[in-house]
Design a protein around this ligand. Structure first.
Ligand SMILES: CC(C)(COP(=O)(O)OP(=O)(O)OC[C@H]1O[C@@H](n2cnc3c(N)ncnc32)[C@H](O)[C@@H]1OP(=O)(O)O)[C@@H](O)C(=O)NCCC(=O)NCCS
Length: 403
């Protein structure tokens, strides 16, 4: 490792970093001016071997919804190591430095492989439910819509209308990442080269009685003909509707698309209300996988910035192999409105590592789940039950996009 140096990136590294990451993930990078504008070199690290970049990682400045709050969280992405330089500890060097340097108390990422990030103290904090719905069997109940209730809008109109709805959903569920104006522009780009045989993107909106847009879906179609006729596919990229009335109409519309046999959606929550909307939930054909991985980089800072479902007053003993200042005992006192978290010498009620803390942090996984395997240890009887009740949040977290 003596020949490998890790340094902060500069604006000039943009192309080399983009090409390295694309090669690592096995796709061809295409020029994209918005990506360049969004690039934050001061928050990116590169590993260099001589004058060649051989490893990259980036931390994006974005906010994230938590139980009871929306806060800045380092969104880690662009992690790649040149194939010729794998398994020499470059990723470990990049991750360690990045986690020690990010100013936010938490970092989040989507992992290409679940085996990679646990060793760096990340915990899988949210699940993504992938639906492959059989539209001939699923049976959404009929919904009568009013004229003008559903429509399609342009990208320009979407840029004005949709951000407020995403922000409203952040107040309902943890795990939802915010988007700046530039990021919205990038999200709504629709380059023909990226469509892979699917149609252009439809921006479907629902309007309430006053004509105000209160929900939207981004979707594409794909034409398919089977031996017995049309078996088109409906591919839903995003559906955001803080009002249930809008949510119901949008899903009903998509689940009953003519000529279609299948609907795919990859960003469902484990308690996604769509399961209550259909007569045959098994025909939604659900597959669950890890979505957002979360790393606590500052234990008291992180514990202070979320809220707790029921009052909690416990001492947590935390261990962290990478960030020394996270080790120790912390008195956590709080509820759904006020929180304090301070270092203490008092004896611990329960002990755990930052990995379990990260997994439970968004309220979707239970500390009790980790107690069954000895990863959380109870020292005071009842502490696990009380901590589990306080950390868990009523609705499951969900991450609505791979970043
Ligand atoms: C995954 C990748 C970043 C690993 O980089 P690397 O420099 O080879 O990793 P390191 O040498 O620092 O390995 C650190 C540890 O992680 C393990 N590891 C590395 N890649 C892994 C993988 N894909 N799955 C599981 N474990 C992995 C190593 O075995 C090593 O374990 P050890 O410490 O017990 O020996 C690199 O192989 C790569 O770029 N792959 C393709 C792109 C990709 O998957 N990027 C991640 C996007 S989320």
């Amino acid at each position: 490792m003596t020949d490998i140096e890790v340094r902060t990136a500069s604006a000039d590294d943009f192309e080399a970093m983009r090409d390295l990451f694309a090669a690592a993930m096995m796709f061809d990078a295409s020029p994209d001016e918005l990506s360049r504008q969004i690039f934050e070199p001061e928050r990116a690290l590169v590993a260099v071997d001589g004058d060649q970049i051989v490893g990259t990682t980036k931390a994006l400045t974005r906010d994230l919804s938590l139980p009871g709050a929306v806060v800045p969280a380092a969104h880690v992405t662009g992690v790649g190591v040149r194939a010729t330089h794998r398994r020499r500890g470059i990723l470990s060097q990049l991750m360690t430095r990045q986690l020690r340097e990010v100013p936010e108390p938490i970092a989040v990422l989507w992992a290409s492989e679940p085996g990679i990030y646990g060793r760096f103290g990340y915990g899988a904090a949210a699940w993504a439910v992938n639906f492959e719905a059989d539209l001939h069997r699923v049976g959404p109940p009929a919904v009568r819509t009013r004229p003008g209730e559903l429509g399609e809008i342009s990208v320009d109109d979407a840029l004005m209308t949709l951000p407020a709805l995403l922000r409203a959903v952040q107040d309902q569920r943890a795990g939802v990442s915010g988007r700046s104006e530039l990021r919205w522009q990038q999200h709504l780009q629709d380059k023909p080269d990226d469509r892979n045989g699917r149609t252009a993107r439809h921006i479907l909106v629902h309007r309430d009685e006053t004509g105000t847009v209160d929900g939207y879906a981004l979707w594409r179609g794909k034409m398919n003909w089977g031996p017995a006729g049309p078996v088109n596919e409906v591919l839903v990229e995003e559906l955001v509707a803080p009002e249930f009335s809008a949510y119901k109409v949008l899903w009903q519309h998509l689940l009953t698309m003519d000529l279609s046999a299948k609907l795919g959606y990859g960003y469902g929550a484990v308690d996604e209300p769509i399961m209550q909307l259909v007569t045959t939930p098994t025909a939604l054909d659900r597959r669950v996988s890890e979505s957002l991985w979360l790393r606590v980089t500052d234990v008291p800072g992180a514990l202070r910035q979320r809220r707790y479902a029921v009052p909690i007053d416990l001492v947590l003993e935390v261990t962290d192999d990478l960030i020394e200042s996270n080790n120790g005992r912390f008195q956590l006192t709080g509820d759904d409105a006020l929180v304090s978290c301070e270092r203490t010498d008092s004896p611990a009620d329960l002990s755990l590592s930052v990995g379990e803390l990260g997994a439970a942090y968004l309220g979707g996984r239970k500390l009790a789940e980790f107690a069954t395997t000895g990863r959380v240890t109870e020292h005071t009887p009842g502490a696990i039950n009380r901590a589990t009740a306080a950390f868990t949040w009523p609705l499951a977290p969900v991450s609505l996009e791979v970043f």
